[in-house]
Design a protein around this ligand. Structure first.
Ligand code: NCN
Ligand code: DMD
Length: 333
């Protein structure tokens, strides 16, 4: 299918290669979807929310209660990703994988709480192996629902105060990096705050970071929402649904998932380079060159949502442009 898409690009009314990366995007999407006419109009954005016990170590600029409060804001339509989903005409699904505060039933929020947040990774494994598998399964089910709904492009997002600490610990373990090279301000820590956060991550790594098995790393250092994202990405690949990867946290989930199954890499598009400094190392390890660099560091799938129209334009051009022959435009000199 990639060969056919490449052949089509060669006869469209433009100098060969002049649409640059948009041409390669259309070719890749055609191969991923196994469609002559790739179509990413049906977009589903799934936000996985979860809390982190490591917040007890004072590693975020915001209080833990914000996670559940933002879940309510997603449902009410007031969050950045709510606005972007409406703007794109995309489905928005919100899944509570385990906030500290339980919530009343909110319309548009799936309650799949595994627990009241993870344990503090500086002191204990984030979760049991059973909880880790349950988290992966939450994502696998989200991917299956997307497949059932005929979704053409999956955007995974996350919300979890403290999750840059968890994600940085996972990335440090998987990349065998010093946490000082990957730790950043997250929601907005001061430089002293970042130094303290680095030490907390170092403690977590000393405790659980020796075993590099990806499932062990996800269970001991990950989060319910991070692990659910890893499961969702793997599920999307199984259903042949291309995925547009958001920022730092989703990329770390993608890295862990690729360690579990390297073939996943072929299904991933990378939307943007987040302002979180560790993102570049994670992107590098995935051999990913993101489409955009807008200094965004919000999460919620917002960076991916911003890049959706690029993929849609690439498909439209591929599917609708005239060929030299059909338009009567001369091409050999
Ligand atoms: O996506 C990113 O690159 C990104 C970078 C920094 C922060 N975030 C968001 O901020 C929250 C985590 O930040 P923190 O400081 O509480 O660890 C979480 O809800 C993420 O969605 C997201
Ligand atoms: C308000 C707020 C919104 C967020 N969205 C994702 N992470 C977030 C963190 C905060 C603090």
């Amino acid at each position: 299918m990639a060969e056919r898409a490449r052949a089509r690009q060669a006869v469209l009314t433009k100098p060969p290669g002049s649409l640059g990366r948009l041409e390669r995007l259309a070719i890749t999407l055609s191969a991923q979807q196994q469609r002559e006419q790739p179509d990413v109009d049906a977009v589903r954005i799934v936000i996985f929310a979860g809390d982190h016990g490591v917040c007890a170590e004072n590693i975020s600029a915001f209080p833990q209660a914000v996670t559940a409060q933002m879940v309510a804001n997603f449902a009410a339509g007031g969050a950045a990703i709510s606005v972007l989903a409406r703007h794109l005409g995309a489905d928005l699904e919100v899944i509570n994988t385990g906030t500290v505060t339980a919530q009343p039933l909110l319309p548009g929020v799936l309650d799949e709480r595994i627990g009241a947040g993870t344990a503090n990774i500086a002191q204990a494994p984030a979760m049991t192996r059973t909880q880790c598998e349950a988290a992966l399964e939450i994502g696998v089910r989200a991917a299956a629902r997307a497949a059932q709904a005929g979704i053409g492009l999956f955007v995974g997002g996350e919300m979890g105060i403290g999750n840059t600490t968890s994600a940085t610990a996972v990335a440090s373990a998987l990349l065998d990096s010093d946490p000082a090279a990957l730790t950043g301000p997250g929601t907005g820590l001061s430089p002293t705050g970042v130094m303290h956060k680095t030490e907390v991550i170092r403690r977590a790594l000393q405790r659980h970071g020796q075993d590099k098995d990806p499932l062990h790393v996800l269970a001991s250092l990950g989060g319910f929402e991070i692990n659910a994202l890893a499961g969702a990405l793997l599920g999307c690949a199984q259903h042949r649904i291309p995925v547009l990867v958001d920022g730092f946290i989703v990329s770390v989930a993608a890295l862990a998932a690729c360690r579990l199954q390297p073939a996943l890499r072929d299904w991933l598009h990378f939307a943007h380079r987040s302002g979180e400094p560790g993102h570049s190392a994670v992107l590098g390890a995935l051999d990913a060159d993101p489409l955009l660099e807008l200094d965004m560091r919000l999460g919620e799938g917002s960076g991916a949502a911003i890049a959706v129209p690029l993929l849609q334009a690439a498909c439209r051009l591929h599917n609708q442009m005239a060929s030299f022959d059909s338009a009567g435009v001369s091409h050999d000199s």
